[in-house]
Design a protein around this ligand. Structure first.
Ligand code: BJW
Ligand code: ZN
Length: 262
């Protein structure tokens, strides 16, 4: 049975204290308190008629490369202007502390931002790629492009055309992320699955659990009966399989959980 809590209970603190192998799956919600919009939020400016799910597809890029490219340039700018929040730093702290005692905390993220890394954590894998990597839409050659640098958070008035690939001379560049209908990086997915299978505590933080196959990863914890704990202010697609759902923002609840593990 799922137990819903609005703070870390003694039972959850006990799970955290005893865990030596912790696997954490994070989603957009962990970066929300840093000011990075989640995928369910209404968009403004150039993109107000589009949902994030409409823009994160091959079809959207093919239909209007400049619109999609500019959306990513704007999001890159925004991410560069924000800082990791106490949720990111608490995970980094716990990872360091566990490593000092021979344990491990593995972070698997669906996020394309770099806020876990900037908080000082090592990330096992970015399941949906990185917004700061680029490659050719046609020939797949990697390309080095400085990140978007718009002034403030205001979207630009005009869309920017994506640059042409220097390797093939005909394709245009795209962000190194995984769009709907594309395969996830298999090595990263397999490594994530292995660490969740081996974990003695699995935390699921700030994800709606709506996007597959990432959302099926926590279910692997059920094979060995490892406890599943969710941190999210809202009910999610994964809430039903959780042992505990901590209902609140991860910027408050993760530091509480990590402090209770000491
Ligand atoms: C807080 C908070 C706070 C707020 N603290 N929390 C099986 C069944 C049905 C469909 C499929 C299936 N298998 C595959 C599919 C299709 C598709 C899919 O899943 N569709 C569903 C929408 C139905 N999946 C795919 O296409 C995947 N590829 C694939 O399966 O390949 C195999 C294949 C190929 C070809 C043919 C057939 C099969 C690829 C998925 C790629 C997802 N890409 C994106 C965009 C990345 C680039 C970018 O950033 O633009 O990844 S979409 C978007 O969703 C992004 C996210 O990583 C991902 C997950 O979102 P997330 O992180 O959960 O965010 P939100 O916004 O949904 O939720 C935020 C949460 O935070 C909420 O719960 C809030 O309450 C919470 N929150 N404040 C804590 N302070
Ligand atoms: Zn090319």
């Amino acid at each position: 049975m799922v137990r819903q809590l609005d703070q870390v209970s003694p039972e959850v603190a006990d799970l955290a204290r005893r865990a030596q192998r912790v696997a954490v799956l994070t989603g957009a919600g962990i970066s929300a308190e840093s000011g990075v919009p989640t995928f369910r939020e209404v968009q403004t400016g150039l993109w107000e008629r589009f949902s994030a799910a409409d823009l994160a597809t091959v079809e959207a890029y093919e239909a209007d490369p400049a619109r999609v490219w500019t959306w990513y340039r704007w999001r890159q700018s925004l991410i560069r202007q924000v800082d990791p929040n106490p949720g990111h730093t608490a995970l980094a702290r716990w990872q360091k502390a566990l490593r000092q005692t021979g344990g491990e905390l593995s972070i698997v993220t669906q996020n394309v931002d770099d806020l876990h890394e900037r908080a000082g954590a090592e990330v096992l894998g970015h399941l949906h790629g990185s917004i700061f990597a680029h490659r050719c839409f046609e020939c797949d050659a990697p390309a080095d492009v400085p990140a978007g640098n718009y002034n403030g958070w205001q979207p630009p008035d005009q869309p920017e055309e994506p640059p042409v690939c220097a390797a093939c001379g005909s394709g245009t560049l795209r962000p190194g992320v995984v769009w709907f209908g594309e395969m996830l990086p298999m090595e990263t997915f397999d490594a994530a699955a292995a660490c969740i299978r081996a974990a003695d505590l699995v935390l699921v933080v700030g994800t709606s659990g709506m996007v597959q196959p990432a959302a099926s990863l926590p279910l692997l914890a059920l094979e060995r009966g490892a406890p599943l704990v969710e941190i999210n202010p809202e009910q999610t697609e994964l809430s039903e399989v959780m042992d505990y759902s901590l209902r609140g923002p991860s910027g408050q609840l993760l530091p509480q959980l990590v402090d209770s593990a000491r």
